[in-house]
Design a binder for this molecule. Structure first.
Ligand code: GCW
Length: 694
């Protein structure tokens, strides 16, 4: 019976489109042409020996196996065969873990649950897609983080905050009657990289999703995601009791407010029995929160946690808070607010902290809270969407950035207390509540992410959330091999562009530790001269502090003292301009223009050189990419080629705007052999203004 069902599915799924327009992501499954590896694989898949009962997730796993084997090897059916591929569940294993082994020509997939089997199938297909031999394979995979989560910043009107790949995937006005097949394709892409949690709406949250009218729509998505082992979460507006319940207050200590949330939570679970929980941005950037009533973040979080606890749901409370203090340092705000609350949160609350203390910049020191909340589970939030990382016109392989943060040593419990270990619970906090969250870069664009190479960021995020010990090189190689069917040298070319891309982007935008000097509205363009805004910490001057003497933010003892939020060992790494890693120099020091750096150049010379070499490196990407012509699909080739040309134009804008502007302080000529920009500072200001006109 099981076998028959499986055979039918294989045939049905073989009708899937094979067009190479980026839609298929890394799940292409184009036929394997190499005869020897093909022969090896065909030997393993003569049949299937399913030693477990079908569940919806297991059914998905078998469907996915069918799609993969059909595409890669042309297998259209797997008859029941005790000598075939063995699939079984071992209840002694951790629920989501799995193993893949080969012994005497037979492959066994074992999972801790049906979800484990689903991941085992994708793990197996990943091996096949990369054409790795399966002989003697003995793989055991246990995810290091329990909630591997995407946060969508999708609005109810279909737009996406800081999302650049088209409109929202969720078609609210068409739901629940019309169900876009893309919801399933989205879920399978996530499952293939181990993502098991999704918050579907913007943290600047509308209360609308909590209404009956919308819960029936949300339920449709949850039902689809469930089959792929994904839990649905909602971002909630803290003022919902007032907005929806017509109460006079949303004070978390008010019994009526508490009763309202309890009833609302109960209702949500009636629609979605495995609902994941609430994600909350409170008292930040104008969003409502408990502080309006003189209550703390813990009061707010714990009230929601109480309402959701009976259903095993969780509350994710964001620590992205900062008050507009012209004399202060935004770097310290979240720490000052949350550090005193350590140990006061309910056990089903996790505090979500951005990777750095400011805001998803292209390089930030790790957030000091990671070393300072030993009694609170912390979720690490990255921004996959490229708000500050070059939009959809710049290649920026984020695995490098993620790893830099994950591998940073907080020294919270002595040497080796990396951010990764803080968040995965291995340093002592509740490991069941471990989480890595990424702000999604997906949208309605046919290729999902706008820039084709940005698909690698979605992929890398999932892979690192599963196993933060993977290297950026391995992930780049996996992604490239799965995405492009081509020769080894072309794969190498693409990988090397990816691996260099982060460094290049930093060079032509914010070298030497500059940060937050982007346009007021245009967060991926330059506006280093931005002086006035609704808040001082939304200007560029607040951060770069350039003057006739030098440039950079003094965060040492003699400055804002933000560096003191770190453990002494970390402080020692960064506290002296002479020994501070140049990549972080201007994060922590105001350095004089003529200061000689370890490179042998003065600060001014080094700054100019980095801006110029960043542009040169983009030119190298362009020539390198040219080598891919004829080796990969032409449409994909042309698309990336165009985007690299746009990146080149933008890199020149960054370079000219920043060098000319900072020159008004340094009052020095450009070091030779660099040639002065052809455009004037005034022209650059006009250009930036054009891009920000309504
Ligand atoms: O970086 C800032 C963005 C806001 C965003 C905010 C946040 C959702 O510019 O658009 O709002 O971060 O993370 O809450």
């Amino acid at each position: 019976m099981k076998t028959k069902l499986f055979t039918i599915l294989l045939v049905f799924l073989s009708f899937f489109s094979k067009a190479d327009d980026g839609y298929r992501l890394w799940l292409k499954y184009d036929p394997i042409k190499e005869q020897s590896i093909r022969q090896e694989y065909l030997g393993y898949f003569k049949g299937i020996d399913l030693q477990t009962n079908p569940t919806p997730v297991l059914k998905t796993a078998l469907e996915e196996l069918g799609v993969g084997l059909n595409g890669l090897l042309g297998i259209t059916q797997l008859p029941k065969n005790t000598q075939g591929l063995h699939i079984k569940i071992d209840p002694n294993l951790a629920l989501e873990s799995y193993g893949i082994t080969e012994k005497s020509g037979q492959i066994t997939l074992v999972g801790g649950s049906d979800k484990g089997i689903l991941y085992a199938v994708f793990g197996l297909l990943r091996e096949l897609q990369q054409k790795h031999s399966l002989k003697n394979i003995a793989k055991t995979e246990i995810p290091k983080i329990s909630y591997r989560m995407l946060n969508h910043w999708d609005n109810m009107n279909g737009t996406i905050e800081r999302g650049y790949a088209g409109a929202s995937l969720w078609k609210w006005f068409e739901l629940p009657e019309t169900i876009d097949s893309r919801y399933t394709d989205y879920a399978r892409a996530n499952a293939s990289i181990g993502i098991n949690a999704v918050a579907i709406n913007n943290v600047n949250a509308s209360a609308r999703l909590l209404t009956k009218e919308y819960l029936v729509k949300v339920k449709v998505l949850a039902d689809i995601f469930r089959k792929y082992g994904i839990k649905l979460f909602l971002s909630v507006n803290f003022a919902s009791p007032k907005l929806l319940g017509k109460l006079k207050t949303s004070d978390p200590l008010d019994p009526q407010v508490q009763a309202w949330w309890k009833a609302k939570t109960k209702e949500v679970y009636e629609y979605i029995p495995d609902f994941g929980g609430f994600l909350v941005k409170a008292n930040s950037e104008g969003e409502p929160g408990p502080q309006e009533y003189g209550r703390s973040h813990a009061d707010g979080a714990n009230m929601l946690a109480g309402a959701i606890e009976p259903y095993q749901g969780i509350v994710i409370w964001r620590a992205f808070v900062y008050s507009p203090n012209p004399k202060g340092d935004r770097f310290k705000e979240a720490y000052n607010e949350f550090k005193p609350l350590d140990g006061t949160f309910n056990k089903n609350v996790i505090v979500q902290v951005k990777n750095g203390p400011i805001d998803f910049q292209s390089r930030e020191p790790f957030h000091p809270l990671f070393g300072a909340m030993p009694q609170t589970p912390l979720s690490l939030e990255f921004q996959i969407t490229q708000e500050y990382l070059g939009f959809t016109t710049n290649v920026f392989y984020q695995s490098i950035l993620y790893k830099e943060c994950l591998d940073s040593d907080t020294y919270a419990k002595g040497k080796g207390s990396t951010v990764a270990k803080v968040i995965d619970g291995s340093l002592g906090t509740n490991p069941k509540l471990s989480m890595m969250a990424g702000v999604a870069n997906t949208g309605s664009d046919r290729n999902w992410t706008g820039h084709l190479l940005s698909q690698a960021n979605w992929y890398a995020f999932g892979r690192l959330a599963w196993n933060h010990e993977l290297t950026s090189e391995t992930i780049a190689e996996e992604w490239t091999r799965m995405t492009f069917q081509t020769d080894a040298s072309t794969l190498q070319t693409i990988q090397s562009i990816l691996l260099k891309s982060r460094d290049t982007y930093v060079k032509f935008t914010t070298p030497l530790g500059l940060h937050h000097i982007m346009g007021h509205n245009l967060h991926f363009g330059p506006e280093p001269w931005l002086e006035k805004s609704a808040r001082p910490d939304w200007t560029s001057l607040y951060y770069h502090r350039a003057d006739s003497i030098g440039i950079g933010f003094n965060r040492t003892k003699t400055g804002s003292q933000a560096l003191e939020l770190y453990k002494p060992e970390v402080q020692n790494k960064w506290n002296k301009p002479k020994t501070c890693d140049l990549d972080y120099l201007l994060w922590f020091h105001h350095v004089s223009w003529n200061e000689k750096l370890s490179t042998g150049k003065t600060l001014w010379e080094e700054l100019c050189h980095r801006y110029y070499s960043g542009v040169k490196e983009v030119e190298t990407f362009q020539t390198e990419w040219q080598k891919c012509e004829g080796k990969i699909n032409q449409t994909l080739f042309e698309d990336v080629k165009g985007r690299l040309a746009a990146q080149h134009r933008e890199s020149l804008n960054w370079r000219d705007a920043c060098v000319l502007y900072f020159q008004t302080f340094s009052k020095q000529a450009l070091p030779s052999p660099l040639v002065k920009p052809k455009r004037s500072l005034e022209e650059m200001k006009e250009l930036v203004e054009i891009y920000q006109l309504k």
